[in-house]
Structure formats: C-alpha cells, structure tokens
Design a protein around this ligand. Sequence first.
Ligand SMILES: NC(=O)c1ccc[n+]([C@@H]2O[C@H](COP(=O)([O-])OP(=O)(O)OC[C@H]3O[C@@H](n4cnc5c(N)ncnc54)[C@H](O)[C@@H]3O)[C@@H](O)[C@H]2O)c1
Ligand SMILES: O=C(O)C(=O)C[C@@H](O)[C@H](O)[C@H](O)COP(=O)(O)O
Ligand SMILES: [Zn+2]
Length: 360
Amino acid sequence: MTRRVAVETAQPYEVVVGHRVMAELESLVPEDALRVAIIHAGPVLGVAEDLAQHLPGREVLLIEAPDGERAKTVEFLAHCWDQLGLRGFTRSDLVIGVGGGATTDLAGFVAASWLRGVRFVTVPTTVLGMVDAAVGGKTGINVAAGKNLVGAFHEPVGVLCDLATLAELPQRELRGGLAEVVKCGFIADSSILDDVEATPERALDPADDLLADLVTRGIAVKARTVAGDLRETGADGSIGREALNYGHTLGHAIERHEKYTLRHGEAISVGMVFVAELAHRSGLIDEALVARHRATLGLVGLPTSYDGASFEELLSGMRLDKKTRGDQLRFVVLDALASPRILAGPDEDVLRASWEAVRG
Ligand SMILES: NC(=O)c1ccc[n+]([C@@H]2O[C@H](COP(=O)([O-])OP(=O)(O)OC[C@H]3O[C@@H](n4cnc5c(N)ncnc54)[C@H](O)[C@@H]3O)[C@@H](O)[C@H]2O)c1
Ligand SMILES: O=C(O)C(=O)C[C@@H](O)[C@H](O)[C@H](O)COP(=O)(O)O
Ligand SMILES: [Zn+2]
C-alpha cells in the first residue's frame, strides 16, 4: 500500500511512503532539469544507482557523502559546490539527497546555497530520515561551536520514503529513528505511544505494517506542524514549529560533547527524559508522565540516562541552542500529554536537579 502525506506550506509537496516507490521520482523531476546531482550515503549506493535509472535523458552526477555526521561539514559542502560548478549546474537543475538525516540535511543545504537555491528532492533511507529529517526544509551542517548551527530553510519539492530500503538498516539505527516517532507521540499524537507500547517489537520490524503506519503518522505530525510555522517564528503566538525540538536542547549538547558517536535519536531520547523531569519539577506534569517517558523509550531500547559529561559542560552547549534568546535558555516542555509549550529561563537549580535525575 502506498500512503501519501501532503505538506501544505506555501509551496506544497507530497511525502510518498510505500514499498518500491522509486518510479515516482520521474514525476518529481522538472522537465527543464538537464542535470541531477544525487548526493548519497555510502551504504545506499545501490539506491542511488536505482534512482539514476529513473532519470533517462538527464546527466546524472553521483556524489558519495562521508558517513553520518561527517557529511555535515563545511569541507564536504565546499566539495559538493566544486562538483556542481565543474558540471555546470544551473538554476533549473536538481539535487537529490539519499540516505539518513545527516545526508539529506547536507544535500538540502547544498541545494539551498548553490546559486542561492535550486530545487531538491529527498529520498530518506533511515526511519529517522523518513519520519523527520527529509520533511520540512531544515537543512544545514555542524560547526565547531555546535550542531546544525549553520543552515537554511529550504523545502524539498518531493519526498520518497521507500520502506524497502530499510531492510538492511542496523537495529541501532531503527531504534534511533523511533526516538523521533515517540517524540511525535508525546508532543502531538498520543495514539503513537499506545501502539509502540503495545507491541514494541513490531515497531522495530522494518517489514511490519505497524512501522509503516507509525512512520506515516509521525510524518503527519511533522507536516502539520511545519505547515503552520515553516520558519519557526511562532508568529501566531502558539509554540509552532519549536514543538518539534522536544528533547533537542540537551540532546544536541550531548551529541556535540560525544563528538557525534551517539546516534541523534539516542541523544534526544535522554533529552526528552530531561525535559520531562524539568516539567515535573516546574509543576507542569505529574510523575506518571515522566515515568511514561522512561518506560516507552526504554521499551524500544533507547537510553534514558547519560553521565558522560558534567552539568556545566552541557549547559554551555545548551546556551547555543537556536531557541535561546539573549541569555535566556528556552526549553520545549509538556504541560500535559500532547500539549507542548515553552519554559523560558528556568532556575539553574531546577535545571541541575533535572540533570541529576537523568545522570543515571
Ligand atoms: N532536518 C531535520 O528536520 C532533521 C530532523 C531530524 C534529524 N535531523 C538530522 O538527521 C541526522 C540523523 O539522521 P539519521 O539518524 O538518519 O543518521 P545518519 O544520516 O547518520 O544515518 C545513520 C547511518 O545509517 C546509514 N544508512 C542510511 N540508510 C541506510 C540503509 N538504508 N541501510 C543501511 N545503512 C543506512 C548511514 O550511512 C549512517 O551510517 C542528524 O544529523 C540530525 O541532526 C534533521
Ligand atoms: O523540524 C524541526 O523543526 C525539528 O526541530 C526536528 C528535529 O527533530 C531535528 O533534529 C532538527 O534538525 C533540529 O533542528 P535545530 O533547529 O534544533 O537544529
Ligand atoms: Zn531531531
């Protein structure tokens, strides 16, 4: 079964989810795109080659990205610019990102920055990429000061999630992807949590329909959220897109501290437990909801504690989070299940106590 989720932003596009949906690529590539650059992760070279078969009559340039976060560097970005320049890529040409979130974030930023913006398509091949990174147009790279600190909002013209590509995805990556799925459950659609909790082993089976269903429902949460607030301005007074950053303030600081050896999903899993503790200590949620964070994330094998850094080290990382305004840290917290809000400038004592609670 092929499922479709519409992302109703100013330039609407579709996310296609199904088995063997690569043939849909042809309809996404504009006729005037004479050249197509496919930037892909190493393990999915076969997927990139398969996509190239669906581009008859176009000049196809395959660019292999360094693995994982090593793709999200200014050096590799510059390498991609050089390649596009050598091949004469013009504004009517196209970039396709194929791989996990790291590869599609980088490919998207290549597309956003080349000639100040060319069209791009994402073909995510991890659960995390499908449910989150490939949709919504946040693109970028990491720099020494922190994760995703340089980038642009640049939306894809289409997203192809071919579930068949997940067959060889390591279990650790599947678990990491479920962190963003569970995040969607806590911030917006609690039925996701019910289903993960009922049969966690099915949620971790790439051949099971439940995973396809959870991925589609997670994409629906993301699509709805970005459609309301693409550029994360919260202009209508609601939390808007920042809700999707649940667990990321501490999560990104941990990733950076660990030099990106932890999976993104693992780090934000700890980050979600941290903000649950913070919300509880700020009188917003009860202990049972905090316990549900630990239980649900634990059921799919995600970490819920971390003691690899001092509070001070992580605090300095958190200060460069994009939600920070001036000297004020801002966290996405819940005030009830599926009801996210911002907690601005919590006392350092409360932060420290919440940190102690996740230190394991
Ligand atoms: N732009 C966004 O909105 C957004 C949202 C969430 C996460 N992200 C970013 O996404 C990144 C994390 O993404 P990720 O978890 O997909 O990690 P990743 O891109 O590092 O991929 C994980 C690993 O799986 C490999 N891989 C990819 N597809 C495979 C397949 N089908 N079979 C076997 N191996 C495969 C990759 O080569 C890599 O080694 C982070 O950089 C995070 O910041 C961005
Ligand atoms: O799409 C969003 O908005 C998100 O916050 C989704 C996150 O899961 C994702 O990791 C994103 O890259 C984080 O964005 P950042 O702005 O904190 O870098
Ligand atoms: Zn994330």
